[in-house]
Ligand binder design. Structure first.
Ligand code: OOB
Length: 545
């Protein structure tokens, strides 16, 4: 499948800013004055740490190998010179699709230091997404691993190369076949290009719930702030060991505070290829991991697995959970099961990040999705007409601020819908705000079932379903119905016997749920489909239903 971007795609390095929506000059100046934007390119974070503590471990490899900051710094430079020696130019876009391997760091910093723009796709993306993102970005190179599980990325690269004329290089980690070995990208040099911190550093892929993914161009200034301010909230320091559990190209493990926040504070990064409890717990024990980030289904699985996996998790001081709503029952399990502080993170590749703080009360940590990272994050909560709702009531979250995009890359039509005229991003998320500023996410504006004219929030129903002792995962979707418009279908993954519809309805009614919100249909599933980063895939479920 190929989908054309809604503007003509320029293909030269110099044109990388065509279709980029910059921050307005007056706001940019105010973000600089406030000290959020420091003019430091992302590549400098590693440089500064290497100067300050050359011999400390930066990166833990497979087995017992480790790279010091000085070694990683030098490897990133050689990689940057290697890309330039191949003919890549600053401003060129390069689609990166790599698994969680230590090499990710050298390659990412190599690209950043050369001023080449990584387009960070996830290992689970396939031809539809990769071809679309390659075309949209006008990428000249595609960086892959040879294979992951049964999937051969070289075959995908062959297809994408044939379809997208701008693509000139395919570089492979592992067996390159007829492409080029990514490990051979290395050269010496004595001056790297000057990188302007207000320019695009990298592109993230939107986690959008509709249509093909969009590109989010993040600047060095805004993303450095994203990572460093997040590191402050999480109290990261040189003794921390951050485990990249989620796919490293996702905003959460990359910069919230993730890999980049760890480098900025001189800590150590380790990569986890397989997030199953067995492999994750072994990695936490072996590397003495202190912080990691997961999505709610994984948090649930890890909590359950402490019953059967023997491991010493005592080093883990902070488990960040985000990406989708963490039900309160599951949130309450984390500290007792894993012996760590829970942090809820409500974030988006588009920018805005909300964190529960380490010293928030247990109730705040377990029942809210955090409060904004920056004092200059501006939030509005509005009704369907765009009018601000009274304080404490539910509405759609709109936001702008020092690290929130002002427009998707090369998507003018989309931007006219996704942003207000004064630059607020319409998140599509339904939230309420507590007097403390903490947000409670109650769903997506589109994730509602309209049953006979009554709107039912799928999130709300799912939260109640999850409180049933037999229910491990739950999803609610609307099923077309001639009489009601839509009927409520609940899909459950259960431990042991499947409860009957009558039993579930009684359980929900006892919890005080309105009658019209009770499921009409109950289905059992062995697993629920998941997205590229591991969230429950409502889009796929709705399509199936
Ligand atoms: C993170 O980023 P994306 O871009 O994959 O997805 C963003 C969307 C949000 O708009 C919201 O709908 C949902 O994912 N979401 C949550 C949530 N965190 C994200 N919904 C409920 N509760 C939460 N805690 O998912 C992301 C980026 C950075 C940090 C953390 C997550």
């Amino acid at each position: 499948m190929s989908v054309r971007p809604d503007v003509t795609t320029p293909t030269t390095a110099e044109d990388h800013r065509d279709g980029f929506v910059p921050f307005p000059a007056d706001l940019a100046a105010s973000y600089r004055r406030a000290g959020y934007w420091t003019g430091r390119p992302l590549g400098e974070l590693l440089r500064e740490a290497a100067r300050a503590q050359p011999d400390r471990p930066a990166l833990l490899g497979d087995g017992d190998t480790a790279l010091s900051y000085a070694e990683l710094d030098a490897a990133a430079d050689r990689t940057a010179y290697g890309f330039l020696a191949m003919g890549l130019r600053p401003g060129d876009r390069v689609v990166v699709q790599l698994p969680n391997v230590p090499n990710f760091m050298r390659i990412l910093f190599g690209l950043l230091r050369a001023g080449i723009i990584p387009v960070l796709t996830l290992p689970a993306h396939r031809r539809a997404e990769i071809e679309h993102l390659t075309r949209l970005s006008g990428a000249v190179a595609y960086l892959i691993a040879d294979r992951l599980g049964d999937f051969d990325y070289r075959a995908l690269a062959t297809e994408v190369t044939a379809a997208v004329p701008t693509l000139r290089h395919v570089l492979v980690l592992g067996d390159p076949g007829h492409f080029t070995d990514l490990n051979s990208v290395s050269a010496e040099g004595d001056s790297l290009p000057e990188v302007d911190a207000s320019d695009i550093a990298l592109m993230l892929v939107s986690g959008g719930t509709t249509g093909l993914p969009k590109l989010i161009a993040r600047t060095h200034d805004d993303y450095t702030y994203n990572a460093t301010a997040s590191a402050v909230v999480c109290e990261l320091g040189p003794d921390d060991v951050y485990l990249a559990t989620l796919p490293a190209a996702h905003n959460f493990p990359l910069a919230c505070p993730g890999i980049l926040g760890t480098v900025a504070t001189g800590g150590t990064v380790a990569f986890l290829a397989d997030p199953s409890p067995e492999s994750a717990f072994a990695a936490i024990e072996r590397h003495r991991v202190t912080v990691t980030a997961v999505v709610p289904p994984l948090a649930q699985l890890w909590c359950a697995a402490t019953e059967w996996e023997e491991a010493d998790l005592s080093s883990l001081r902070l488990l960040q959970v985000g990406g989708a709503r963490l039900a309160e029952v599951n949130a309450r399990e984390v500290a007792p099961a894993l012996g760590t502080t829970l942090q809820q993170v409500f974030g988006m590749a588009e920018g805005l990040l909300n964190y529960t703080r380490l010293d928030d009360s247990d109730d705040i940590i377990c029942t809210t999705q955090g409060r904004p990272l920056s004092p200059d994050d501006e939030l509005r909560i509005v009704d369907a007409d765009g009018t601000d709702v009274p304080e404490g009531e539910e509405g759609e979250l709109l936001t702008r601020g020092p690290y929130t995009l002002r427009g998707y890359y090369r998507a003018p039509e989309h931007n006219s819908r996704s942003f207000t005229p004064d630059g607020y991003y319409r998140s599509g998320d339904l939230v309420r705000r507590l007097p403390s500023g903490h947000l409670i996410v109650s769903g997506r504006i589109k994730d509602v079932i309209n049953r006979g004219g009554e709107n039912i929030s799928c999130d709300e129903l799912e939260e109640h379903l999850l409180a049933h002792p037999a229910v491990r995962h739950a999803a609610a979707v609307g099923i077309p119905d001639a009489a009601l418009g839509e009927k409520v279908c609940a899909i459950l993954v259960v431990d042991g016997d499947m409860p009957s519809l009558v039993e579930i309805k009684r359980f929900l009614a006892e919890r005080g749920l309105a009658t019209y919100k009770l499921p009409d249909i109950l289905r059992r599933a062995d697993t629920l489909p998941i997205t590229a980063v591991g969230k429950i895939d409502k889009k796929a479920l709705r399509a199936e239903a």
